[in-house]
Design a protein around this ligand. Sequence first.
Ligand SMILES: Cc1ncc(COP(=O)(O)O)c(C=O)c1O
Length: 373
Amino acid sequence: MNLFDVYPLWDIEPVRGLDTTLWDKNGEVYTDLYGGHAVISVGHCHPHYVKMLSEQLDKLGFYSNAVQNSIQKDLAARLGKVSGYDDYALFLCNSGAEANENALKVASFHTGKAKVLAFRKAFHGRTSGAVAATDNPKIQAPFNSTENIVFVQLNDLAAVDAELSKGDFAAVIIEGIQGVAGIYEPTDKFMHGLRSLCDKYGCVLILDEIQSGYGRTGKFFAHQHSGVLADIITTAKGMGNGFPIGGVLISPTIKPSYGMLGTTFGGNHLACTAALAVLDIIENEHLVENAAKIGEYFHSAFADNKAIKEYRGKGLMIGLELKDEYVGLRNRLLFEKHFFTGAAGAQVIRLLPSLTVSQETAESFVNAWNSLI
Ligand SMILES: Cc1ncc(COP(=O)(O)O)c(C=O)c1O
């Protein structure tokens, strides 16, 4: 059997990793400023992460959600504390799309309404509701098409008001910072306005922090830069540092009932252990602070860079929009200088490194960049 051919692949096969370094099968060394798409939050193969997972695997890898699981409860308590959403409840699942899918369902159950407002260029995942709320017709099958999702422009509060005032919306879903779109931020003013409009019209405000969360922007969740509170927050990617796990943080105003949500694998022992190890490392190594610090370094180092049209983002969620003559730089960074980066289309290079990235590594990237332009 062959693999279902949906990914264009680089001809590179990493076989070993340590922090932000990767080795391929030929022994070539690479620096990873992409983190496998913002997933590697605490570095590849962090010794504490490896130890905790190995020890848990020796005890119990999995049991279903039919029994007590104190690792889940520890995770909920720790996540509540570190995120500032102490009084919220946690539902655990396996991926970002699944977290959003469940968030949309919870909002719809809670309000008894079906419609959802989303934003142009948004990406929320590939399951049925999540992909319908994703502004990319190319990845929506006819099966996913629904009149229940309405898109408006990011930061256009009047457009939000015009839609929500119709009174039939269950939720608004918004990324903390739009990632796949190429790193676009909602303004603080917009976030405050959005919160007020959701309150006014009885809508659930869902913050998709799957890419922008877990400390990446210098706060635990990106929307916390604006000071606004969400009703539901979704997380995944950095939460397990590569172990599949997603989470839905749900306001105490939204009441659960037995059977409302469910999953076979979600919240299993290994996944929760991975997430606890990640939180240990984030706290012990002050990684949220490091994300802010290295983010500031990148921002100042790339100010007025001749290849860059616009620098976007916060902390370690960075979009570098290239001037036309420098399109192609990403491949040169990879093949000539051995730096992995992300992209949004041909024009935007995305940096989504592990929050452990050092000043030295950041400087070596800037030097490599400057040597190519
Ligand atoms: C903002 C956002 N939401 C949701 C998802 C979907 O996550 P997953 O691929 O884990 O389903 C992504 C993935 O890139 C994302 O960036």
